[in-house]
Each structure stands twice: as structure tokens, then as C-alpha cells.
Design a protein around this ligand. Structure first.
Ligand SMILES: Cc1cc2nc3c(=O)[nH]c(=O)nc-3n(C[C@H](O)[C@H](O)[C@H](O)COP(=O)(O)O)c2cc1C
Length: 315
């Protein structure tokens, strides 16, 4: 293995730690010399809950951001071309890796956070985020041409957002196809390299004042916090290109949060249902497309979900 090969291997391993909907890891990758091509993998798309592939492309965007960030750790610059490609509609991005300078402290800190970031599904401490930390997290979204609409615990609209989360959860629970899709990817066996094992689903919320996602396969019930900060990630448009942009912004936000020991928990059912997604945009008076709803807060370090090996992803 030559030098560039071993660095690419490290970059791809780090990229694969990205968050993805139900840990589907809906990406494929091909490498030719210093050129890396990332494709979406529709065999791993949620055909019912994500018919247009919004969450699939968003997940691939997170993979792409990790690849960009991990490249800097290897003193490489990634020149990135993001879809569309009229000849290859599943192509997400092409990265050309070029020699770069040694990473600065911020770049190094961000790349180290890749392996530390995990999704939280347990209650947070009842403590809002510090304003300077929040400012850094919002700036990360801006760096990727996205926006983060913060919802503070004191804002009356928070109750409206939580009511919409509950409505979306109730509607999905009545939808047998959505339930079957969720159960295919959650509560998965310990030997699977994808999906979310039961022990990581966290407890169901006893009395949901937090806006937490309720999984069918969750065991146990807990009281969730009332004071966590919520945030909605938005993009100017709502095309596959915007979804890839949203994924990069999401991972940038999550890695910066990780550097401050802030964890994120997602509740995306509200965005999978077109009616509740529209209502979320209306109650928050958003002038951009909502792509992700999260709670941000402090909790103990959750365990890592499994990942497929780099060799399995190569096409
Ligand atoms: C588009 C997208 C939607 C997600 N939706 C949810 C969700 O509704 N609830 C949840 O608990 N996690 C959600 N997640 C987090 C994934 O389940 C998580 O990233 C995956 O299981 C891998 O685990 P990790 O983030 O701890 O590495 C979502 C992630 C992405 C990228």
C-alpha cells in the first residue's frame, strides 16, 4: 500500500463514522488514485419514510463532511465537486485529494471529534447551552451555507414544536409500513454492521416535554429534560444538492458540538411527514427548508453504533 492509499484508507474509515438515518450507511465509494467518488446507495434508502431520498442524501452529506475533515488530518486538501451529474444521478460528490499544509489546531480538534461523536437517546441534564458555545455551533452551520434556528427552552414556540413531534410520532405509529421499516433497522442483532441495536435506542419518554423520538423497539421509560435547547437545521432550497449541503452542515454542527461535550438527539419523524414538515416551517416562520430537528444538551457518553468495513463500501 503506498502513502496515498494508506491515507485514503484512514479518510474512508473516518468518513464511515458519519451519522445516517437508522444507521443505514447509504453510501458507496470508489477510489482511483487520489480521486474519491461518493455515491448514494438506493438499496439502503427508506423507500416508505424517505421516498425522495432526502435523508439518504443528507446522510451522504455527513459522510462527505467527515471525508473533508479527515483529509485535513492527513495534511491533504479535498477539492470537492458536489452533484448534480447528468450522467450519474446517484453521484453525491467527487473529492480530489491534493497535498496540503499541516492541520491547524481547529482542524485537528474537529477531525479528532469524528470518532468521539455519537447520537444520544437518553435524557439530557436540565441545563441550556452556554451562549458562546451555541454561537460556535450556529457558526458551523453558516460555514456550510446552511442555517440553524435555535429554539430556547423559554420560547413559547417550543411547545408547538414538541406538539408537532408528538403528532408526527402518533401518525407514524398508525402506519404499518412505516412501523415495519423502522423495525427492520432498529433493535437489530449484535452481529449486524448496520442498524441500531436495542441497547442504543434509549428509553421511551414518560411524559414528552422534550420532543424525543419514540422507537417501537425501545425498552423502559424515563423522564426526559424540560430545559434542553432545540434547533432546526435549514437550507435555502430543497433539492438533492441542498440535502447534501444539509448533511455537511449537520456533521459540521455535530463535530463542533462534540468539541464542547455537547451531544445531539434527533427527532426526524416530523420531517418525514410532509404535513408536519410544512407545519414546522409555519410555526417557526422559517424562510428556508427544515432538514433536521434536534435537541442539544449534556449527558454521559453514549456507546457507538456498528459500522460496515471500508472494503464493504467500495464499488
Ligand atoms: C437524516 C438522519 C435522520 C436521523 N433521524 C434520527 C431520529 O429520528 N432519531 C434518532 O434517534 N436518531 C436519528 N438519527 C441518528 C442515527 O440513528 C444515527 O446517526 C445512527 O444510528 C448512527 O449512530 P451514531 O450517530 O451514534 O454514530 C438520524 C440521522 C440522520 C443522518
Amino acid at each position: 500500500m503506498n502513502l496515498i492509499d494508506s491515507r485514503v484508507q484512514k479518510i474512508l474509515r473516518a468518513a464511515g463514522s458519519a451519522p445516517s438515518v437508522y444507521n443505514t450507511q447509504p453510501w458507496r465509494v470508489s477510489v482511483a488514485g487520489s480521486t474519491v467518488r461518493v455515491h448514494a446507495d438506493p438499496a439502503r434508502q427508506l423507500q416508505h419514510s424517505d421516498p425522495h431520498g432526502r435523508e439518504m442524501y443528507l446522510s451522504c452529506g455527513a459522510y462527505l463532511f467527515n471525508a473533508r475533515t479527515a483529509a485535513r488530518r492527513e495534511s491533504l486538501d479535498a477539492v470537492v465537486r458536489v452533484l448534480p451529474d447528468p450522467h450519474d444521478e446517484l453521484l453525491v460528490a467527487v473529492l480530489e485529494l491534493e497535498p496540503g499544509r499541516t492541520p491547524n489546531t481547529d482542524e485537528l480538534e474537529l477531525s479528532v471529534a469524528i470518532a468521539r461523536r455519537t447520537t444520544s437517546r437518553t435524557p439530557f441534564d436540565d441545563q441550556p447551552l452556554f451562549s458562546d458555545v451555541l454561537h460556535a455551533i450556529v457558526s458551523a452551520a453558516h460555514d456550510e451555507s446552511a442555517d440553524l434556528r435555535v429554539i430556547q427552552p423559554s420560547e413559547p414556540v417550543r411547545a408547538d414544536v414538541i406538539a408537532l413531534v408528538r403528532r408526527a410520532e402518533a401518525l407514524a405509529a398508525e402506519d404499518p409500513v412505516a412501523r415495519a421499516e423502522e423495525l427492520a433497522w432498529t433493535g437489530t442483532d449484535a452481529d449486524r454492521a448496520d442498524g441500531i441495536p436495542q441497547e442504543l435506542l434509549g428509553p421511551a419518554s414518560a411524559d414528552d416535554h422534550a420532543g424525543a423520538r419514540q422507537f417501537l423497539a425501545s425498552t423502559g421509560v424515563a423522564q426526559f429534560e424540560r430545559m434542553s435547547t432545540m434547533a432546526v437545521l435549514t437550507t435555502p432550497g430543497d433539492t438533492p444538492r441542498d440535502w447534501v449541503l444539509a448533511g455537511q452542515a449537520l456533521e459540521h454542527v455535530l463535530l463542533v458540538a462534540t468539541t464542547f461535550f455537547v451531544r445531539a438527539s434527533f427527532a426526524t419523524t416530523v420531517l418525514e411527514n410532509p404535513t408536519t414538515r410544512h407545519d414546522l416551517r409555519r410555526v417557526l416562520s422559517l424562510d428556508a427548508a427544515p432538514q433536521m430537528l434536534m435537541r442539544l444538551g449534556y449527558s454521559s457518553m453514549p456507546k457507538h453504533t456498528p459500522r460496515r468495513s471500508v472494503d464493504e463500501l467500495r464499488s
